[in-house]
Design a binder for this molecule. Structure first.
Ligand code: BT5
Length: 319
């Protein structure tokens, strides 16, 4: 009911009467009044005028299950949301849920993380109440070898959403970083549980620096937030819903064809490494090469520095 009330208030430019809400939702006036009070406590500024009804004046950057659901425009991903005030890591929570219940498409979001994870045991720094920490649970019936392509789709979904909502062009650093003004604004961590030929579940963790104003010293030169770059506060729930929508659109196509063919060009157009010399770190080895772009499997195509004809691919690793 809360989700519905938020939607109705947001979509109305004038007052919505208590009676209208009661009729639409089939509940009592007292029930409506209780929800309005809850919403005010959560940070929604709601004006109540007798004989007119309720009007949403402003919702600060609230994220809650109801707020996120009220903005979701998808068919199945993100139709179920678990929201937490604090977790160790949304990926850890999502993995536990994935093991215990039917949860394909479920979205885990937290206001803060105490042990945010990057890849290879690295840490993801978290600022409570400012950033986005979300993990999507998926149970795709695809070859486990193809699951790493989902990281590419997630990165593309974030970059498209930032372009739409903040009107800023970002770059993607293969495979999982979103770069804004030469600094990292988002990272994606995809983890999965598999049998040899079967995926139990995939968890796609997405961390976006949204409204934070500063970073710890060790990150200051390499990390940024949407706010630092634009001086605009972004409503995190809107961005979350957009990322999920962009992702779902591509994911449904991907499930059918299991290649990135339709998305390659868009990804490669925003690839920061394209035509540049990169250091490849793969299976513990390091070497220099020139990056070309991804192929339809999401592998990074590279060529030797001195032998442009010698093209190879890197499946996992970093640059
Ligand atoms: C990543 O790892 O970029 C993946 C980050 C995924 C975070 C999300 S948040 C929701 C979900 N739950 C989790 O626990 N994780 C996911 P990697 O490519 O390994 O980059 C990590 C490196 O980025 C660190 O070693 C730092 O150098 C840098 N870093 C850490 N926190 C950062 C931040 N907030 N913004 C930008 N850079 C950061």
């Amino acid at each position: 009911m809360k989700t519905e009330i938020i939607k109705i208030l947001r979509n109305s430019d004038t007052y919505v009467s208590g009676q209208q809400l009661c009729n639409n939702l089939g509940v009592s006036r007292t029930a409506i009044w209780k929800v309005m009070n809850q919403l005010k406590e959560e940070g929604y500024e709601i004006e109540a005028v007798s004989n007119k009804g309720y009007r949403l004046i402003h919702s600060s950057d609230v994220i809650s299950e109801s707020e996120i659901l009220s903005r979701m425009q998808t068919n199945y991903i993100g139709k179920k949301v678990r929201f937490y005030d604090e977790v160790d890591s949304t990926n850890l929570v999502a993995k536990k849920i994935a093991e215990e219940e039917e949860s394909d498409g479920l979205l885990v979001v937290s206001e803060s993380q105490t042990k945010g994870k990057g890849r290879r045991g690295r840490e993801w720094s978290s600022d409570k109440g400012c950033d986005i920490f979300m993990s999507l649970i998926l149970k795709p019936k695809i070859n486990p070898m193809n699951a790493s392509m989902l990281t590419i789709l997630a990165a593309l979904a974030v970059s498209k959403s930032i372009a739409k909502i903040v009107e800023k062009d970002t770059y993607i650093k293969w495979p999982n970083d979103i770069i804004l003004n030469n600094k990292k604004v988002c990272g994606v961590l995809t983890e999965m549980s598999t049998e040899i030929d079967y995926i139990n579940h995939v968890v796609i963790g997405i961390g976006i620096n949204v409204n934070r104003t500063s970073f710890p010293n060790e990150l200051a030169s390499m990390a940024t937030s949407l706010y630092v770059e634009t001086e605009q506060k972004v409503q995190r729930a809107e961005l979350i819903a957009s990322v999920v929508k962009e992702f779902e659109e591509m994911y449904l196509v991907f499930l059918e064809i299991q290649t990135l063919q339709p998305f390659m060009k868009e990804y490669n157009d925003t690839l920061i490494n394209a035509k540049r010399q990169v250091k490849i770190i793969e299976y513990g080895k390091e070497y220099e090469a020139i990056a070309i772009g991804i192929n339809e499997k999401g592998e990074l195509m590279i060529h030797d520095i001195d032998h442009p004809d010698h093209v190879r691919t890197v499946l996992a690793g970093e640059v």
